[in-house]
Design a protein around this ligand. Structure first.
Ligand SMILES: [Zn+2]
Length: 132
C-alpha cells in the first residue's frame, strides 16, 4: 500500500497505543469465573446482576484479546515489511486508509470482512478464510 512514512509512523504509534490500552484492560480485569462465589451470601438479584456483569466482563475480555491479536499482527507486519501493512490478508488489495483510520488493526478489506462476517458468498474470488 502506498503510504507515506509519516502516515505509516502515525498508524504504528496508534497501534502501539491501542496495544497498551488493551494490555492495561486485560491486566486490570480478571476472568469472571472468580468474581461470583456460588456460596457467597448475596441476594438472588445481586447474584443475577453479578453473573450478568461477569458475562459482560468475559465478553469484553474476549473482544480485547481478539483485538490485541490483530493489533500485534498489524505491528508485526509493519516491522517485517512495511509494504504488507494496509493490504488485505485475504485478497491482497488495499484495505484503504479511511478504514485503517477507524481501525488501524484491520486485517481485511471491507468486502472480505463483510463476507467473513455475513457468510455471504457474493461470488468473489479468493482463498477460503483460514481456520486456526
Ligand atoms: Zn480483501
Amino acid at each position: 500500500m502506498s503510504m507515506t512514512p509519516e502516515v505509516l509512523a502515525d498508524f504504528r504509534r496508534r497501534l502501539q497505543e491501542i496495544e497498551g490500552d488493551l494490555r492495561t484492560h486485560l491486566n486490570d480485569t480478571v476472568e469472571g469465573s472468580e468474581i461470583v462465589e456460588l456460596d457467597s451470601p448475596i441476594g438472588r438479584d445481586t447474584r443475577i446482576e453479578a453473573i450478568q456483569l461477569q458475562k459482560m466482563n468475559n465478553a469484553n475480555r474476549v473482544r480485547a484479546k481478539a483485538r490485541l491479536q490483530l493489533v500485534m499482527t498489524a505491528l508485526e507486519k509493519i516491522e517485517s515489511d512495511e509494504e504488507l501493512y494496509g493490504l488485505c490478508g485475504e485478497c491482497g488489495e488495499d484495505i484503504g486508509q479511511r478504514r485503517l483510520e477507524v481501525r488501524p488493526e484491520s486485517p481485511l478489506c471491507l468486502s472480505c470482512q463483510s463476507e467473513l462476517e455475513g457468510g455471504v458468498d457474493n461470488g468473489k474470488r479468493g482463498r477460503r478464510s483460514r481456520k486456526s
